[in-house]
Design a protein around this ligand. Structure first.
Ligand code: VTB
Length: 330
């Protein structure tokens, strides 16, 4: 009989896998109550309140490294905020309690509540600036894509590695005027472009989900969202390269204070998420990755995906909540 030695830290982390599901579930339920009400801020606040309350119940000594903003601009889940009961593993936490506030406010597909957790000191402390990103799913040799190569080259190399013509490739991008040139370049190769209005954490993850038909993410989105997506890819495989867009003195100074010495650094997944990590996301509105919250007469249903990098396990948790209002937990 073989015996398996489990390091205590990893054991704690394993338990946390299910604990963080509760956190994103609560955030999703709270913001879903405001779906379609046209109130971005209120929906976001509902998610933030719920997420913070649940995080503070966890047996962790946690620090928010990616949050709602810096202390002066975010009263809760600000960067540097300590969360958890303080008796437990020291962890870094990246949160986006409501990724896609506009999607939620307009009741459009793809809003999620999401968070990533990793051992203390291992998540990139990214400021709230833009980030240039490129990502593909697992199974390709390293180096197929390069953030600094022209989009055409990335599409052609990816098509070759996939064994298809460029017509067999679909790229996903945020629908923004800043992407006009990339979109034109991708289409010129014969590849298809799939445009999303918001929600590029899920956009990157789609590259690793064959059922979405997405092969590659290209373009500029938020840096916090980039780190969250990198955590997910660290769990499920895939390649991602990013670079912070620090195009003003103010942004460079702000990022320097957060420990970013080289403003032009090209990050790989391992630079953004240096150690083992957990990632969870619960659907707020139904999208390609997750179903949205369903409010029944007595039951609230949620759909969550939770991943753990040390094993690569991905769990889908469909939960039925019966006692939310009774315990005043949401
Ligand atoms: C993305 C997307 C977000 O911001 O990161 C995007 O994932 C980037 O900023 O859902 P712009 O909207 O300014 O392009 C969101 O759309 C909103 O946070």
């Amino acid at each position: 009989m073989s015996s398996i030695t489990v390091q205590p830290e990893l054991l704690i982390e394993r338990i946390l896998t299910l604990e963080i599901v509760r956190v994103t579930e609560r955030a999703a339920v709270s913001s879903a109550r405001l779906r379609g009400h046209g109130q971005e801020k209120a929906a976001d606040k509902a998610a933030v309140d719920a997420m913070r309350r649940e995080l503070n119940r966890l047996p962790i000594d946690g620090t928010v490294v990616i949050g709602e903003g810096e202390l002066d601009e975010a009263p809760m889940l600000f960067i540097g905020e300590q969360v958890g009961t303080k008796n437990g593993l020291k962890v870094d936490i990246a949160v986006d309690p409501l990724e896609g506030t506009t999607l939620c406010a307009k009741n459009m597909p793809g809003a999620i509540a999401t968070l990533a957790m990793a051992e203390a000191g291992t998540l990139l402390h990214a400021p709230d600036v833009y980030m240039d990103k490129i990502a593909i799913g697992p199974g390709y040799p390293k180096g197929v894509i390069d953030l600094d190569a022209p989009p055409e080259e990335n599409i052609l190399n990816l098509a070759k590695a996939k064994g298809v013509k460029p017509e067999g490739i679909t790229a996903i991008l945020l629908d923004r005027p800043r992407h006009a040139d990339i979109i034109a370049a991708v289409r010129k190769t014969g590849a298809a472009v799939s445009l999303i209005s918001d929600g590029d954490v899920a956009g990157v993850i789609h590259c690793a989900e064959p059922k979405t038909g997405i092969d590659i993410y290209l373009g500029i989105g938020g840096a916090p969202e980039g780190v969250l997506a990198a955590a997910a890819l660290r769990c499920i495989g895939g390649q991602m390269q990013t670079r912070l867009i620090l195009d003003t003195e103010e942004r460079r100074e702000r990022s320097l204070k957060m420990g970013i010495k080289d403003p032009r650094k090209k990050y790989e997944i391992e630079d953004m998420v240096k150690g083992d990590c957990l990632f969870a996301a619960t659907g707020v509105t139904t999208g390609a990755m997750l179903d949205g919250v369903k409010f029944g007469k007595d039951v609230i249903e949620t759909d969550t995906v939770v991943m753990r990098s040390v094993t690569g396990t991905v769990r889908r948790v469909r939960a039925e909540h019966r006692e939310l209002s009774k315990f005043h937990l949401d």
